[in-house]
Design a protein around this ligand. Structure first.
Ligand SMILES: [Zn+2]
Length: 154
């Protein structure tokens, strides 16, 4: 795991200025948007999902699926190194928090009931994402490589 990747570090005041109040609540305060409220819940367009705070590429439309939970759901990150997983024992539940590795922003949680080969379900807030429309499955090889690393990312 390399740690020489460029990090984005800003003060809370800077984040407050750059993000909308709703985005700030999710990304910096680990909030959760109400289910079925996000812009990307039903988005099926091809493209990639970037961090709403720092623009790092986090997920691609190829791995998005309809989980019925009301939040955008993915079977794996676009690049395993793009996200960091942390144990989250808040709300008396054992969950795994998903954080943007570049800026430390809270994205959502990962659960182990996903439909894909990894068995993972990344449950991500729309507010933490910025969708960039792109071409259909232009880079299938990259997601395959990311999958191999996903289990060692912890
Ligand atoms: Zn970020």
């Amino acid at each position: 795991m390399s740690s020489d990747q460029a990090k984005v570090e800003k003060s809370e005041q800077e984040w407050r200025q750059e993000l909308t109040p709703a985005q700030y609540d999710v990304l910096r305060k680990a909030g959760t948007e109400p289910p079925f409220s996000g812009d990307y819940v039903y988005n099926k367009a091809a493209g990639e999902y970037r961090c709403a705070a720092c623009s790092a590429v986090l997920f691609t439309a190829d791995t998005k699926f309809d989980s019925g939970t009301g939040w955008p759901s993915f079977t794996e990150p676009a690049v395993a190194e793009a996200v960091e997983l942390r144990a989250d024992n808040s709300l008396l539940m054992r969950r795994t928090e998903v954080v943007c590795r570049t800026c430390g922003g809270h994205l959502g949680h990962v659960f182990d009931d996903g439909p894909g080969p990894t068995g993972e379900r990344y449950c991500i807030n729309s507010l933490a994402l910025d969708f960039m429309p792109g071409e259909e499955s232009s880079d299938g090889g990259a997601t395959g490589a990311a999958r191999a690393d996903a289990t060692s990312a912890e």
